[in-house]
Design a protein around this ligand. Structure first.
Ligand code: FAD
Length: 309
């Protein structure tokens, strides 16, 4: 069995694996896709001390750092179930291929995925104008026109944030009213370069083959379609944690995020969690890595305090 089994190979999982391995304990990482969301990212400009890098480059560096240590890396493995430890003190993780991994502690770092609009052009222009993270990609649209899709808290926060960087923001909400907190809505309405469209359903992302040039939305009240010319589209309609497989076993928030304490501990003894899959408020690489380190150190603390073999 492992001492620390990490499930998920993004920034959080990689950090957890490095921290665990450096304690000289038996460490494994099972990941569906090593690198995680970083693989889908183009420019990364907010990983402190690295002025600029690219996602695939960082993903390769993550894997290289983990493999520098004696870590059993199991890539392309999807976990399907977690069974809390019984008398033998071993937590079990069942993989889709039928294998069962056993470990004294587990770090869950399965990350999250952005909910997509699922409209024509969205995939084609992903990273070519279609973006999901205002903290990450906002500065790329300095002085340009953008839309934010979604009028919940994250959409309105994104619109306020972007309004300070870009020339104009169009907020597009499907419902007939915004769902964000009133204080955010008030702030939004005070900004001169933001316009809000409600009862508006985005139906298409337009582009010139290279990059985004606009979007089409349908007025749900009148029924007719309109075009908006712009350079960027931030989709803010939800971040879905990859935790469906933990439901009923590990305590989750109403949004499906893993509940953890400040050592990364979940409600299940010996099971820790880190990164975008958890309730951590800001979903960023540097934060996920810090949390991965915390969870691994939490797991190590747990191991030296437990008497199991
Ligand atoms: P993830 O990166 O999501 O990794 C999750 C890992 O778990 C993956 O290996 C996945 O395959 C695996 N996994 C999932 N389910 C299972 C399962 N059932 N069994 C086994 N393995 C599983 N952040 C920044 O700080 N700067 C940026 O510039 C930036 N740009 C971004 C651009 C885009 C397009 C996106 C999508 C995100 C961006 N982010 C950026 C956010 C950043 O990528 C995430 O915060 C970070 O990757 C979270 O790390 P994580 O390890 O928690 O999860």
């Amino acid at each position: 069995p492992f001492d620390v089994l990490v499930v998920g190979g993004g920034p959080a999982g990689a950090a957890a694996a490095v921290y665990a391995a450096r304690k000289g304990i038996r460490t494994g990482v099972a990941a569906e896709r090593f690198g995680g969301q970083v693989l889908d990212t183009m420019a990364i400009e907010n990983f402190i001390s690295v002025t600029e890098t690219e996602g695939p480059k960082m993903a390769a560096a993550l894997e290289q750092h983990v493999r520098h240590y004696d870590v059993d890396v199991m890539n392309l493995q999807r976990a399907e179930a977690l069974v809390p430890a019984g008398d033998d003190g071993l937590v079990q993780v069942k993989l889709a291929n039928g294998a069962v991994l056993k470990s004294r502690t587990v770090v869950l770092s399965t990350g999250a995925r952005w909910r997509q609009m699922n409209v024509p052009g969205e995939n084609e222009y992903r990273n070519k104008g279609v973006a999901y993270c205002p903290h990450c990609d906002g500065p790329l649209f300095k002085g340009k026109r953008v839309a934010v899709i979604g009028g919940g808290n994250s959409g309105v926060e994104a619109a306020i944030d972007l309004a300070g960087i870009v020339s104009h923001v169009t907020l597009v909400e499907f419902d007939d009213k915004l769902r964000a907190d009133e204080v955010l809505q008030r702030k939004l309405r005070s900004l001169g370069n933001v316009c809000v469209l409600t009862s508006a359903q985005t139906t298409e992302v337009l582009g010139d083959g290279q990059k985004v040039t606009g979007l089409v939305y349908k007025d749900r009240a009148g029924g007719d379609s309109h075009r908006v010319e712009l350079e960027g589209i931030f989709v803010q309609i939800g971040l879905l944690p990859n935790t469906e497989w933990l439901k009923g076993v590990v305590d989750l928030s109403p949004r499906g995020e893993i509940l953890i304490d400040d050592r990364g501990q979940t409600n299940v003894p010996g099971v820790f969690a880190a990164g975008d899959a958890t309730t951590v408020p800001y979903k960023q690489i540097i934060i996920a890595m810090g949390q991965g380190a915390t969870a691994a150190l939490g797991a190590f603390d747990y191991l030296i305090r437990s008497t199991a073999p």
